[in-house]
Design a protein around this ligand. Structure first.
Ligand code: GLY
Ligand code: MN
Ligand code: MN
Length: 304
């Protein structure tokens, strides 16, 4: 019944259709998550001090292809040390040094459906004490954020919880005082991205339309979780030297202990932990669960 030139209505219909996956789409996304997870385990295995980031990138595509993936679902981020604090670092042109961590964000297509997973691991296979401190705090937050995933919650609510967790972590690690009231601006300085996006045939799947349409449609529905949606849960904490130095004199950041934060930019730099999560009737299922993420599990893989 559409007018041939009613692109708005068509785009809106496609946006709604893409948000919620059919069972066969879920199976393909499950496979993409599994293949991406297994290939990332191989990357951890392959990593050693002084390896070029580009070799880690190559290992992911090599193993991912052997495992049945068909091409990358987005350019791999193989970011060692400071590079992890630059969110879209895909140059992968440095060397991963002993003592640094690698933030590795990667995904493969399976049957045209995208995987999207991030793990952060120590180049030398052993987390330092300070890396463990921040990593475990972020991992605890990621577990809690995943627990919130169920029908009825919105991505806005998950974002609120993300920034509350980041703010608390900053307290735990001494970057701000325990008594400081919540500041979104402070939390966002250390986590300049949101918690989630839909995943489908695109890694950032199309789910939202805000234009003119004949369909009765509230754009905010795009942010309300329903069964059979697949989203990422990807908290991150970043100690970006450049943005910290730039923010030092800004009055809205006067309560930050910048000396402490800059220490973390040398020892920790950046951590992101990302899983692909299916919303089910009763809650959720983590599709990338087979890729380890505790410090003990990661160290065990890297010890081989
Ligand atoms: N790799 C892009 C993302 O995690 O959203
Ligand atoms: Mn990702
Ligand atoms: Mn993602």
């Amino acid at each position: 019944q559409l007018q041939i030139d009613d692109i708005g209505t068509l785009v809106c219909a496609v946006s709604i259709a893409r948000r919620t996956k059919f069972d066969h789409e879920i199976e393909m996304l499950r496979k993409a998550s599994i293949v991406s997870s297994k290939a990332l385990i191989e990357v951890m295995n392959f990593c050693k001090p002084d390896i070029p980031e580009s070799h880690l990138e190559a290992a992911f595509l090599f193993h991912g292809t052997l495992l049945g993936g068909k091409g990358l679902s987005f350019p791999t981020i193989a970011a060692a040390g400071h590079n992890g604090a630059h969110l879209h670092y895909t140059e992968n042109r440095d060397v991963a040094h002993d003592g640094d961590m690698v933030l590795f964000d990667c995904g493969l297509y399976v049957d045209h459906y995208a995987g999207d997973i991030t793990r952060t691991f120590p180049v030398n296979g052993k987390f330092s004490e300070v890396q463990k401190l921040v990593y475990n705090a972020l991992l605890a937050a990621q577990y809690e954020l995943i627990e919130l995933v169920k029908p009825g919650i919105t991505l806005y609510q998950l974002d609120e919880q993300l920034f509350a967790h980041i703010f608390n972590i900053l307290k735990q690690i001494g970057v701000i005082d325990q008594s400081l009231p919540f500041s979104q601006e402070i939390a966002a300085l250390f986590c300049p991205h949101s918690i989630s996006h839909h995943i489908g045939v695109s890694v950032h799947d199309w789910s939202y339309y805000n234009g003119k349409t004949l369909i009765k449609y509230n754009p905010l529905e795009a942010f309300l979780l329903e069964p059979n949606m697949i989203i990422s849960i990807e908290p991150g904490i970043y100690f970006n030297k450049i943005s910290l130095q730039r923010s030092r004199e800004d009055p809205k950041f006067k309560d930050i202990n910048f000396d402490k934060a800059l220490e973390y930019s040398d020892t920790v730099c950046a951590i992101r932990i990302e899983d692909d999560v299916l919303v089910t009737k009763g809650g959720h299922e983590v599709l990338t669960a087979l890729c380890p993420k505790t410090t003990d599990e990661i160290e065990a893989i890297m010890a081989h």
